[in-house]
Design a protein around this ligand. Sequence first.
Ligand code: SF4
Length: 356
Amino acid sequence: MTPPNTTTSTRVDLALLGIRGRPPVSRTAGAGPSDDGHLVIDGLNAALPRNPQSPFAFDGDRILYDGHDTGLDVEVIERPKFYDLTTVDGVRYEQLARLHGRNVLATTVVQTCIRYSPDQRCRFCSIEESLRAGATTAVKRPAELAEVARAAVRLDGVTQMVMTTGTSAGTDRGARHLARCVRAVKAAVPQLPIQVQCEPPAELGVLAELHEAGADAIGIHVESLDDDVRRRWMPGKATVPLAQYRAAWREAVKVFGRNQVSTYLLVGLGEDPGELVAGAAELIKMGVYPFVVPFRPHPGTLAVDVDGATAPDATVVEKVSREIAGLLRSAGMAGTDQKAGCAACGACGVLQSLGG
Ligand code: SF4
């Protein structure tokens, strides 16, 4: 591999190849992309895979490529102070919520998922592994999250919160517990913007309940708009038709507003890049922010442990991200205009480095 020569392509290479070394803020298994180290690079949040084979190394305050300083402006995020606190019941705050990037408090309110059977689970996800490892608790109680959020804002200057959930068997898909958690956190720290994330609820009225509870933004994550890819990579989630996603996005835009709704689109699942960009254009037209994220192979997932999947091609990731960033700019939709959430944080993708 030739050494990276521009900031953007270096950022893309870093997103794919990751780093050796362990920044003070790191996470292991969990929902969505995980097993990464969090830094601020050129002023933007960056969640980089931790990869012992990477040619990039984090040496404590710089990122080196083959032993030479890349010249990237790296800000190290210190371990947050709230991690050292414990609830009266003896649960460490760190088990209830984690710092993502420099300013996002993230939690998975229900750490189990009805889809997590060997033949149904999403092949890139390891939501229940962190539970098995004792790193987190199965269900976060609203009062616990309120306590943690208050401390994270006071001690560590957290400015937004993301609440995701494993999918429950109910028709609300877990949204009602999310709403209870939002209500409790907002009562404790009213100024803290919150994004919630869930599957499309079968009853769309639940979206208004989430908003009334105080959620500022919502992520309804489809990961791929290609049904063949969906069936291959996420057999359980693929049983929810794309039409149901579209109905939920439309309703969510009505409730939360344009550009306060987002979805993940993963690059590297075998989709056609042109179709991915066309699908993103359709989402943008609806007012939904397509948060494009390179597929990240990490241990604990079926993709790695069974399929031996590898990271996508850097040129494809850069091209797709660049084109979608351009579409977002033309539509006047910036990730940073979202009040809270993954698009606002941006660390798991490269869209913000490209102006999207
Ligand atoms: S983009 Fe989302 S999952 Fe990634 S670090 Fe930011 S808040 Fe966490």
